[in-house]
Design a protein around this ligand. Structure first.
Ligand code: NAP
Length: 330
């Protein structure tokens, strides 16, 4: 089968990267076992990097971003996935150097496809998207290290963002006292509605000379990296853990070893992209069950392709908040 479809395509124009709607053909999609009609995608910081020409994410243009996609399989040469199945694809190379979910069709290996959890549809899956999956993996790592509500408050940095907001609701639902760290004072009430017990400004993580500070957080989810992560490590209680997944405040981490050797603090790296499919499936199944985040689901915002440009630019300015779903029918 070969069919025309619409995609939000990014092209290089005189050194600038410009996205617009184009008509493409499935015959030009890369090789792969599974052709999927994408009904929904999800917006992530990495999509904003790809759309702005960041060569660490996407080497060649024109390119269709979208690291997340959900929809229906229309063709499959794999025994494990049949036509008509509803699937989720996140991470691996999707939207990076493989045309992604901002187009109405993708073609990918069967090994990238997660069966849609029972009771979910494509939109529900894309409310969570890579950001939700990452928040789930961050929390899962804390729990594996023995994090428990009675140990004290758990901090979430970048709390109003796509990863942070899901982490706030999930941790609160698991009984933790969540301290949301956010630069958006006007989102404090939204963060409390998601379950944050306290909301504090980013100055809670501003640079201090001392190598250790008063330990106030039992555990933490850090979505921003850079100086705020270094400052977070100084404030974690003995034996506590910090899941680290992001770099919006910078990829450099300048720290001493003191939090690690004097307080036994654990820094836990979280990758949602290249991990085995089975590890993704187990987190998706949890979100479709005991880890459901109904407030995140109710507050997600749907946009069409025409609104992608502005929504992606807001990520790069640190102004994006909550979960944004791309609905290809809009
Ligand atoms: N490891 C993985 O597999 C994985 C997966 C998904 C995402 N990520 C990474 O996780 C990070 C968050 O992704 P996202 O999709 O949640 O992005 P996002 O929606 O833009 O959220 C990031 C949040 O960080 C805060 N922030 C922005 N700029 C900041 C700065 N300069 N200093 C301190 N805080 C800042 C803002 O929240 P406040 O205004 O509330 O402070 C912003 O909303 C990104 O770096 C992304 O690449 C990694």
């Amino acid at each position: 089968m070969s069919t025309d479809y619409k995609a939000w395509r990014v092209e290089e124009q005189g050194g600038d990267y410009v996205g617009s709607e184009k008509i493409l053909n499935t015959g030009d999609l890369p090789e792969g076992e599974v052709l999927i009609r994408v009904s929904h995608s999800s917006l992530n910081y990495k999509d904003a990097l790809s759309a702005s020409g960041n060569k660490g994410v996407t080497r060649n243009f024109p390119h269709t971003p979208g690291i997340d996609a959900a929809g229906e399989v229309v063709e499959s040469s794999s025994d494990s996935i049949t036509a008509g199945a509803s699937v989720i694809v996140t991470g691996y190379d999707l939207g990076m150097n493989t045309d992604g979910g901002f187009g109405e069709y993708i073609r990918v290996p069967a090994a990238w496809c997660v069966p849609m959890p029972a009771g979910w549809n494509a939109r529900t899956a894309m409310i969570y998207g890579t950001a939700g999956l990452t928040a789930g993996l961050c929390v899962q790592k804390l729990l594996k290290m023995g994090a428990a509500p009675e140990q004290g408050a758990v901090a979430v940095s970048g709390a109003s963002g796509a990863v942070g907001s899901v982490a706030v609701e999930l941790l609160s639902g698991l009984g933790f006292d969540v301290v949301a760290i956010s630069g958006k004072a006007d989102h404090a009430e939204d963060l409390k509605a998601l379950g944050a017990k306290d909301v504090v400004g980013r100055d809670a993580l501003s640079q201090e000379k001392k190598p250790l500070l008063k330990p106030v957080f039992a555990n933490a989810v850090d979505t921003v990296g850079g100086t705020p992560l270094a400052e977070m490590l100084k404030q974690v209680k003995p034996g506590g853990s910090v899941s680290c997944c992001g770099l919006v405040a910078g990829p450099q981490l300048e720290t001493t070893v003191l939090p690690f050797i004097l307080r036994g603090v654990n820094l836990l790296g979280v990758d949602s992209v290249e991990i085995p499919l089975a590890d993704k499936v187990s987190v998706w199944e949890k979100f479709a069950g005991e880890w459901a985040c109904p407030k995140t689901e109710a507050s997600a915002r749907d946009i069409g392709r025409a609104e992608l440009d502005g929504a992606l630019k807001a990520f790069l300015k640190g102004e994006s908040a909550g979960k944004i779903v791309l609905d290809h029918s809009k």
